[in-house]
Write a protein that binds this ligand. Structure first.
Ligand SMILES: Cc1ncc(COP(=O)(O)O)c(C=O)c1O
Length: 416
């Protein structure tokens, strides 16, 4: 059992957590949308601009070499964090969304034909739905969905087996749901999908920031995640792709950096991963992501996971005990199956009103369909939901503040 996190110590590293919102100390409960940034990350970006700002992969002068080295080093760090030994298989994108689109637009365009099946699940974020809808429409392919179990906690293996019998060309599944918090057994799903001949993509936007992840152990072909949800700046994301597949794939964008040679009528592509990174890269983003990985390693992914489990269990115990409040996803006794995301509804009160009242108390939460409309409206049959989500800098006292805010909502709406 890893030793517990000292949240008050961690909080000192996050300047924004010492500010006020609406005159109240900020309580940030929206890390599933984006995480806050520690000063170590902010400083790394600041130092880059102040001391060695230059373009990468071009200049032979000292600061350009340093910028190139730091950017490349960040990929090595990211690879180590997620169990990938070679940076050839790690492409920097803008975010998870772009990573998934890169696969659908390049691999999908080359490999999906009329009548082929594409398999996703009812639990997906729009980022892992719409790219496949676009591809299916373009190619005349069929988009199928793995259903949720009746308990609306996990994916149904019965449904998975049924869909795999249709021999989908690709199975694209989220590792952790941003609405239910559910953590899918992606290793098992990958094994079953591959047994049926499918290529597998995992959306790790909500897993990599919060728990130990080893892509090689999972065994998937593609894996996507975003820097901004794991302490890094916005505008930097990651796509892992298995080398054999990336080597066969056409680059999505043409331009500088992605080429080895260019003639009047043709070009030869650069080596992996640069073949997929056209134009000047998000250098500050890469350097910031490297610093974010350093910070995550310092705290320890195992400790972060244990801490979030504890806070999430506490939140479920509290919220489930409040009359007219309903939480979604796996129960308190199945905490192993969930990440630090708790969606809830308050009977008869619109989530936007809930979030507005929380805001007046300095508490930032998310309200809406959480970019997962098929799940929220189609499966859970809710117009919208309120959501609190945790990171290493939250503890039980933040949950207590959320509980007080729920009390305030109920008083405002004269509820029992
Ligand atoms: C599960 C999941 N997938 C994908 C995304 C998209 O991430 P981004 O907006 O960084 O591309 C999110 C963002 O909330 C998410 O929660």
């Amino acid at each position: 059992m890893p030793n517990a996190l000292d949240v008050s110590y961690i909080k000192k590293d996050f300047p924004i957590l010492h500010t006020k919102m609406n005159g109240k100390p900020l309580v940030y409960l929206d890390s599933a949308a984006t995480s806050q940034k520690p000063k170590q990350v902010i400083d790394a970006i600041d130092t880059y601009y102040k001391e060695y700002n230059a373009n990468i992969h071009r200049g032979v002068y000292k600061i350009a070499e340093k910028a190139t080295a730091e950017y490349t080093e960040s990929k090595i760090k990211v690879g180590k964090l997620v169990g990938v030994g070679s940076i050839e298989e790690l492409i920097y994108t803008r975010n998870t969304t772009e990573s998934i689109n890169l696969v659908s637009l390049s691999w999908g365009d080359q490999n999906i034909r009329k009548g082929d099946h594409i398999l996703i699940s009812e639990m997906e974020h729009h980022s892992n739905i719409v790219p496949w809808q676009i591809l299916a429409k373009k190619k005349g392919a069929i988009l199928d969905y793995i259903k949720l179990n009746d308990d609306q906690c996990e994916l149904s293996y019965e449904s998975l087996e049924k869909e795999l019998a249709k021999k989908p060309k690709i199975v694209a599944i989220t590792h952790a749901s941003n609405v239910l918090g559910s953590i899918n057994d992606v290793k098992k799903i990958t094994r079953l999908a591959k047994k049926n001949g499918a290529v597998v993509l995992i959306d790790g936007a909500q897993s990599v920031p919060h728990m130990p992840v080893n892509i090689r152990e999972i065994g998937c072909d593609f894996f996507a995640f975003s820097g901004h949800k794991m302490l890094a700046p916005t505008g930097i994301g990651v796509l892992y792709g298995r080398k054999e597949l990336l080597s066969e794939m056409q680059p999505l964008f043409g331009g500088g950096d992605m080429i080895r040679t260019v003639e009047f009528q043709s070009y030869t592509p650069n080596d992996l991963p640069w073949k997929f990174e056209a134009g000047t890269s998000n250098i500050e983003g890469g350097i910031g992501l490297g610093a974010a990985v350093d910070y995550l390693n310092k705290i320890g992914m195992g400790r972060i996971r244990e801490h979030e489990k504890k806070v999430t269990k506490y939140a479920l115990e509290k919220l489930d005990g409040i009359k007219n409040v309903k939480t979604f996803g796996c129960g308190q006794d199945e905490i192993e199956k969930r990440g630090g995301v708790v969606s809830f509804s308050i009977k008869g009160v619109h989530p936007h009103d809930v979030a507005t009242i929380f805001d007046s108390d300095g508490i930032a939460i998310r309200a809406g369909h959480h970019c997962a409309m098929p799940l929220v409206t189609g499966v859970l049959k809710e117009g919208a939901l309120s959501r609190i989500s945790f990171y290493m800098y939250n503890d039980e006292s933040d949950v207590d503040k959320a509980v007080s805010a729920i009390d305030k909502v109920k008083k405002t709406f004269r509820m029992s």
